[in-house]
Design a protein around this ligand. Sequence first.
Ligand SMILES: NC(=O)c1ccc[n+]([C@@H]2O[C@H](COP(=O)([O-])OP(=O)(O)OC[C@H]3O[C@@H](n4cnc5c(N)ncnc54)[C@H](O)[C@@H]3O)[C@@H](O)[C@H]2O)c1
Length: 311
Amino acid sequence: MPTILITGGAGFIGSHLTTLLLSKGFSVVVLDNFSYGKRKFLPENNPSLHIHEVDILDKSALQTHFELYKPETVFHLAAIHHIPTCEQKPELAIRTNIEGTENIILAAQSVGVKRFIFASSGAVYEIVDEELKENSTPVVPHDIYSITKRAGEDLIRLYAERKVFKSVVCRLFNTVGSHETNAHLVPDILQQVLENKTEIALGNLSPLRSYIHVLDVAEAFATIGFQEFKNDFETFNIGTESEHSVADILQLIAEISGKALQAFQHPDRVRKVDRHRQRANLAKTTSLTGWSPKRSLKEALQDAYQEAIHV
Ligand SMILES: NC(=O)c1ccc[n+]([C@@H]2O[C@H](COP(=O)([O-])OP(=O)(O)OC[C@H]3O[C@@H](n4cnc5c(N)ncnc54)[C@H](O)[C@@H]3O)[C@@H](O)[C@H]2O)c1
């Protein structure tokens, strides 16, 4: 079986992808600086798994590991992903997400990587109410994170057009499940629930999102990452076509936890610029790849809740 390299493979999505690829018999190399990722998310004592603490800004360490393993396929997930962190530390986000992506591309090029899969985001789309298709209007950048993801996509497209490798950009929508590392909505609510609060402090309650189970995202990568497409560069939405509000999430967590939870909107948490909706259209993804999400938001929240209460 070919060797697969995953940057950010110890993170939320990366750790589930690593476990899934190991179960399919691949040899997996994880490069992660563990700024967010955790070793405990990864299987122990698996001879097919090679974990290395490497920063994607360290070109020489990247070169060493790419030469050592000569991976056939690279999944590039390492990034600064939390939007408020990107706003507070723009230099770190720009360096990690853009310069780091260029470093991975050059290391991949140097050892002849065949396929390059990039974790981009639904955040690259324009803020509009309509369903978002892969050919929807390109973003007018509205925050540091979306600028960096868009730039990462453009770099990868350029190298794919130069026939360095075939490449797929997966535009992920809001992902939910166990191993969450960033201070997103669900970990925030669960934290308050575990502190026995019943009045849950939240920001905007009405925005609608296409939440997706993290295992569905891992399966999407593991499916799409090994398919052949007509074009050297392809872009696919990875989300769901159902929509849920923040209030819906609180209601589901109340059902799962058996607690009577009520939202109160805390003025400090209300975002001044927010998308009212972020709806994925999956027509292209399902027709060209056959992949579609299988799990419900409630299952994803149950997994996150079970993990939170057992820590
Ligand atoms: N979680 C989501 O809802 C979501 C949505 C859209 C896109 N994405 C993208 O998917 C990818 C994975 O996201 P995630 O949710 O698993 O986040 P995550 O923060 O858990 O994963 C990122 C991983 O990259 C590692 N990392 C960060 N900087 C690094 C560096 N300089 N060198 C090496 N490793 C570094 C972190 O330690 C972490 O393990 C990211 O590229 C993110 O932008 C995620």
